[in-house]
Design a protein around this ligand. Structure first.
Ligand SMILES: *[C@@H]1O[C@H](CO)[C@@H](O)[C@H](O)[C@H]1NC(C)=O
Ligand SMILES: *[C@@H]1O[C@H](CO)[C@@H](O)[C@H](O)[C@H]1NC(C)=O
Ligand SMILES: *[C@@H]1O[C@H](CO)[C@@H](O)[C@H](O)[C@H]1NC(C)=O
Ligand SMILES: *[C@@H]1O[C@H](CO)[C@@H](O)[C@H](O)[C@H]1NC(C)=O
Ligand SMILES: *[C@@H]1O[C@H](CO)[C@@H](O)[C@H](O)[C@H]1NC(C)=O
Length: 466
């Protein structure tokens, strides 16, 4: 059965190479060829997993993420090979799948090379782990040899040439670079670029509310995966309801379902939303409680509010806002954020001398505070922050058209970077709220009554993950 699968592949590739598909295409059949070694692939997959569990994040974060990546690629390759085998007479599909597999082989190889160089750097790894990696590598090389069609090899040469040229062009020698630092909790590397704006709309209120927040719940209820939410501040200080839209177009044309969901009365009380930097996570809105140094959570299911007190000395009521030279943004003392790991709050305290402090907010009932990190960036020199992959990013105002992500703080390593230099094209001068959604890797900004979205691109070297 498996031999008969390989034969049509040969045929398919010959077809693909000819100018026009021909029925009289002749295929060489080498009876010595074996079927694709699924068992080997499975062992390699298993070993990648085993290996992964032996490397603690403290030892080699990057290695771990590479292994995770490798594991994912191998699984994908495995399932694609299976698909290919089933398509033994669908010519077009067969050829397409072949290209998919080639690409995967190339990416796997690149991962292997990266792993190899990383292993060399991380001498701290146990011999055992290194040994396993070596075996894995040998196995992968064997798998590549199995590529009887020479397709992968040929393409690889092309791709390697291409990537060498690319490397040359951007003047970065990835292979000779010193130890690449690990980045946060995700495997896809650091934030590389922010493109857009994508969505740019005033929604139903036609610019009536300058301040507010919007976005998508990263952990939505079933059947509400495509919903969007919006909290307009009815004054420059507070808001008392949240609105939902069943789709992006509903948000743009302004059809809200089911209209205002009231959180507090229109006269501000302790449960009123203060300031624009709110986030929705797991069907609950997290925000700065009115007139308090506390994080409130409005549970949309139970329609009740619970809260957690921030540490003594937390600055609130517009005492330590986000600012730029021209302006400070009122009641932005607390910035709630979401990323792959949940909810965070960014603020400052007198003890931290006005520098950004970051605390994980735990989803308990009532919410509680998790781990806290201090940074050395002054809150009032920052216009906004967001979290992605366990990394805090801070922005500053460049001019009316451009905002810069200039700073990052990695909670997994404690490393600060003041030279992030990623630019955001603005549609209005001030971004009052900015948040990242790990599900679609989009940044949601509320900028002078406009709801604007951007795509966040991640990756090592010049290859983006998105
Ligand atoms: C792994 O790295 C070593 C030393 O850097 C190098 O000599 C070797 O060729 C590499 N192996 C592979 C498979 O890339
Ligand atoms: C994978 O692990 C098995 C059992 O632990 C071992 O026998 C085999 O040699 C390993 N293979 C590779 C490629 O590492
Ligand atoms: C990159 O490597 C090439 C040759 O390997 C070398 O000539 C060049 O100087 C290197 N560039 C940098 C920026 O290190
Ligand atoms: C970031 O994306 C923009 C396009 O949106 C592009 O012009 C710019 O060159 C990119 N920057 C980097 C460093 O890739
Ligand atoms: C919200 O309330 C519902 C019903 O009481 C409960 O099941 C759920 O866990 C709550 N959500 C949070 C985030 O506490």
């Amino acid at each position: 059965m498996k031999v008969s699968v390989i034969i049509p592949l040969w045929a398919l590739f010959s077809l693909a190479q000819q100018a026009a598909p021909s029925k009289s295409c002749t295929c060489e059949l080498n009876p010595a060829e074996k079927a694709f070694p699924h068992d080997k692939l499975q062992t390699a997959e298993g070993n990648a997993t085993d290996c992964n569990t032996h490397v603690t994040p403290q030892k080699a974060l990057e290695l771990e993420s590479l292994l995770l990546g490798l594991e994912k690629r191998l699984t994908q390759l495995h399932s694609d090979v299976s698909v290919l085998e089933e398509e033994d007479d669908g010519e077009l599909y067969g050829v397409l799948s072949l290209f998919v597999i080639e690409n995967e082989m190339v990416e796997i190889r690149q991962l292997m090379e990266k792993l190899n160089s990383t292993t060399v750097e991380h001498q701290v790894l146990t011999d055992d782990t290194v040994q396993q990696l070596e075996e894995l590598k040998t196995e992968m090389i064997k798998l590549e040899k199995f590529d009887t069609m020479e397709v992968v090899k040929g393409r690889q040469v092309n791709k390697q040439l291409k990537s060498a040229l690319e490397t040359c062009r951007i003047g970065v020698n990835a292979t000779v670079a010193p130890t690449q630092p690990p980045y946060g909790t995700c495997q896809h590397g650091p934030l590389r670029n922010i493109t857009g704006p994508g969505v740019n709309t005033q929604g139903e209120f036609s610019g009536n509310y300058a301040y507010g927040a919007w976005g998508r719940d990263p952990k939505p209820e079933t059947r509400k995966e495509n919903w969007y939410w919006m909290v307009p501040l009815t004054s420059s200080q507070y808001a008392n309801y949240i609105r939902f839209y069943s789709s992006l177009s509903a948000l743009i044309i302004g059809v809200s379902t089911p209209g205002n969901i009231q959180i507090a009365s229109s006269n501000p009380t302790t449960n009123t939303i203060q300031g624009p930097n709110n986030v929705l996570y797991g069907s609950a809105l997290y925000y700065n409680c009115y007139n308090r140094d506390a994080v409130c959570r409005f549970n949309l299911t139970s329609k009740s509010v619970t809260s957690v007190q921030l540490p003594r000395g937390t600055r609130y009521n517009s005492k330590s806002n986000f600012c730029h030279l021209e302006d400070c943004y009122a009641f932005t003392d607390l910035d709630l954020a979401t990323d792959e790991s949940g909810v965070w709050v960014v603020y400052t305290t007198t003890e931290a001398l006005g520098n950004l402090v970051l605390t994980k907010v735990e989803e308990t009932e009532p919410p509680t505070l998790g781990k806290t990190w201090r940074t050395s960036v002054y809150k009032r020199s920052v216009t906004n922050t967001f979290m992605a992959c366990g990394i805090l990013y801070a922005t500053r105002y460049i001019d009316a058209n451009v905002e810069e992500v200039f700073y990052s703080f990695d909670t997994t390593t404690g490393l600060e970077n003041f030279k992030v230099s990623i630019f955001i094209n603005k549609v209005s001068p001030n971004i009052f709220s900015l948040n990242y959604n790990p599900v679609d890797q989009m940044l949601y900004a509320y900028s002078n009554a406009k709801m604007v979205s951007y795509k966040a691109l991640f990756g090592y070297s010049d290859r983006y993950f998105s």
